[in-house]
Ligand binder design. Structure first.
Ligand code: G3P
Ligand code: CA
Length: 289
């Protein structure tokens, strides 16, 4: 076992694990503070996964945004969370005869007709489901950084290769862009594929693999991103004890933390990033406003 793994395990057992991780990102705020990532954009304040949501994050002063990528019937990559269009668009009114309204059953032209803002607020009527290309161009325009989630990859064979092709075409796999991009998924297989296709990309696995599994994950992922409810200080220390595929300690971004108390607790656990619908609330809690 790696010496650092032994030390972290002992520290976790003794309750003496360090408060701040070696992977904490000082760019986000105060030195050693976690990076704050706007979940689905600043989704408490604008409709999730829209261009408006990442504009809002930028207006609030945040550079890191998170999104969800899926694929239409005719092969266009689009940014939307659910595998159905129903919750976040007016698809039921526009296409009443097409029950279930799965993203994979609609063409890009059909999805482009939908209103993805009115469900959130009349102020956002006419907001569209963005294609990934449109989204990447807005991220670039806003000088933002992206935690890109490949959502439901089991529904979309080859989506990893297709996503990387689009990212490459948009310049996001150029050397100078690579530190502004992390690709994550709940599917470890999908992230292993991303790593094999383009080893230079920073990758993240969503979920909470057991400590015994971490050495396998460390071969292809740079971060482990667990839900806050599954987190402990000992677990964060155990993750930090492993080096990832780029020779640096694995990092931890936790989700979805929307209140000050939880943000402070997560910071105390030593997480490197906090994924939140309310980035302003988290930033204020961390004292870097
Ligand atoms: O980035 C973490 C988070 O997005 C994972 O859950 O369901 O919001 O995609 P979900
Ligand atoms: Ca997500």
């Amino acid at each position: 076992m790696h010496a650092r793994v032994v030390a972290a395990t002992v520290a976790a057992v003794l309750g003496t694990a360090p408060l701040l991780s070696p992977g904490s990102d000082a760019r986000a705020g105060g030195v050693g503070e976690p990076t704050v990532i706007a979940h689905r954009g600043a989704s408490a304040y604008a409709p999730e996964n829209t261009l408006a949501s990442i504009d809002k994050a930028a207006q609030l002063g945040f550079t890191w945004v998170e999104n969800d990528v899926q694929r239409t019937k005719d092969g266009e990559l689009v940014v939307i969370h659910d595998d159905s269009l129903q919750r976040t668009t007016n698809v039921a009114q526009v296409f009443p005869g097409r029950a279930r309204w799965k993203v994979k059953d609609f063409t890009a032209a059909e999805i482009a007709r939908l209103d993805a803002g009115s469900w959130y607020s009349p102020a956002y009527a006419g907001t569209r489901v963005p294609t990934l290309q449109q989204y990447m161009r807005r991220v670039e325009h806003n000088h933002e950084e992206l935690l890109l989630e490949i959502k439901n990859p089991e529904l979309y064979p080859g989506i990893e290769q297709q996503t990387l092709k689009l990212l490459g075409n948009e310049g996001w796999l150029d050397h100078e862009h690579l530190d502004r991009l992390i690709v994550q998924s709940f599917s470890a297989d999908s992230i292993r594929t991303v790593h094999e296709l383009k080893p230079a990309i920073t990758t993240a696995c969503l979920g909470t693999p057991t400590v015994a599994q971490l050495h396998q994950y460390a071969r292809f992922t740079d971060l482990i991103n667990p839900s806050y409810g599954s987190l402990s200080k000992g677990y964060v220390s155990a993750v930090h004890a492993f080096d990832g595929p780029h020779g640096r300690p694995l990092r931890v971004f936790t989700w979805t933390v929307n209140d000050a108390t939880t943000a402070r607790k997560a910071t105390g656990y030593g997480v490197d990033g906090i994924i939140t619908n309310k980035p302003d609330v988290v930033r204020a809690a961390l004292g870097s406003e």
